[in-house]
Ligand binder design. Sequence first.
Ligand SMILES: Cc1cc2nc3c(=O)[nH]c(=O)nc-3n(C[C@H](O)[C@H](O)[C@H](O)COP(=O)(O)OP(=O)(O)OC[C@H]3O[C@@H](n4cnc5c(N)ncnc54)[C@H](O)[C@@H]3O)c2cc1C
Length: 369
Amino acid sequence: MYDVVIVGAGIIGASVARELSRYDLKVKVLDKENDVANGTTKANSAIIHAGYDPKNGTIMARVNVKGNEMFEDICKELSVPFKRNGSLVLAFSDEDLENVKELCENGTRNGVKDLKVLNKEEVLSMEPNISKEIKGALYAPTGGIVGPWEYTIALMENAVVNGVELQLNSEVTSIEKDENGYKIYVNNEKEPICAKYIVNAAGVYADKIHNMVGSADYDIIPRKGQYYVMDKSQGSLVEKTIFQCPNKLGKGVLVTPTVHGNLLVGPDAQDIENKEDVSTTSDALTFVRDKGVLSVEGISFRDGIRNFAGLRAYSTRPDFIVEEAKDAKGFIDLAGMKSPGLSSAPAIALEAIKLLKNTGCSLKEKKSL
Ligand SMILES: Cc1cc2nc3c(=O)[nH]c(=O)nc-3n(C[C@H](O)[C@H](O)[C@H](O)COP(=O)(O)OP(=O)(O)OC[C@H]3O[C@@H](n4cnc5c(N)ncnc54)[C@H](O)[C@@H]3O)c2cc1C
């Protein structure tokens, strides 16, 4: 009998696994794929957002700001590349300027440090390749960049060294509840894996896993985003992450250096039905390209080396879902992990530990790791 089984070995599952490995518990992580970080975690903008964007008072605002603060130390402990390169949200009109001022106020309320609205000259002296059409920008010095898959692999390796079991190629196909906890069936096999507690970190499939134990509470609708990765000749066009003003579909197209010295341009945002569809399309990539050059002048798209798409796990609820399922004691949902899920992951893991503790999981720290 396991104390805790985590479903999903993305950034959220791996962060929880590492935190749980501090305690005297029998923990297993299950993933249907043949490696960790094979879902949304490998296909995103890799930005550690400062936290000015989520609405003040939401779970998302709280875990984004806290998670951002935690990245430096964790990346140092795990020897994973992380850079606090800062970010700019560009304003191209008076209306945009009002929006960045509101973002600045919202961010300050969220606890984001050192936010500042800069004028055009200040922005251009920081980033000379930015469009000369701008009127100003929000500057967030605490924004950062990370290698999401390296980070996730390192978290999981560390958890495994500390005693967590990782079982790949294992799709959870059904779950039964009994008096001792849960019977988890993988790949339709007859013998279940038994656990007292379950952490649901199944990304775009979190609704499916939730519905195996409780009444339907939310749906996950994948929102696809597509990208260009440019080779290193383009990697120093900008030093900071360059955003446009957010719109109703999200944070818009950004241009950013990566921790490896490439340049990333994207994503667009398109709601889709197929949770496996990570194809790229010329229409979406043309949109990304047209938007990208509005922010940064002189991007050479001939130096593109790869295109990819990732699926944001948009839920039918507005906030991140970080809670015990209402009708399934001991079943913790970490769902609806759209952006900024990566930035928030270290803090979400701490919240998951609290939820496990509150539902009765005994957390005794190991004497030595
Ligand atoms: C286009 C885009 C841009 C983004 N940009 C950013 C950004 O810059 N900064 C940021 O903070 N966030 C960003 N995000 C969000 C971030 O990527 C996600 O919040 C994060 O990766 C979610 O991690 P996860 O572990 O919940 O999901 P996933 O990485 O998808 O992991 C879920 C895992 O569950 C497994 N699984 C599913 N079903 C089963 C099953 N039945 N049995 C066993 N295993 C199962 C999957 O195989 C998968 O490995 C972006 C997302 C997208 C798509």
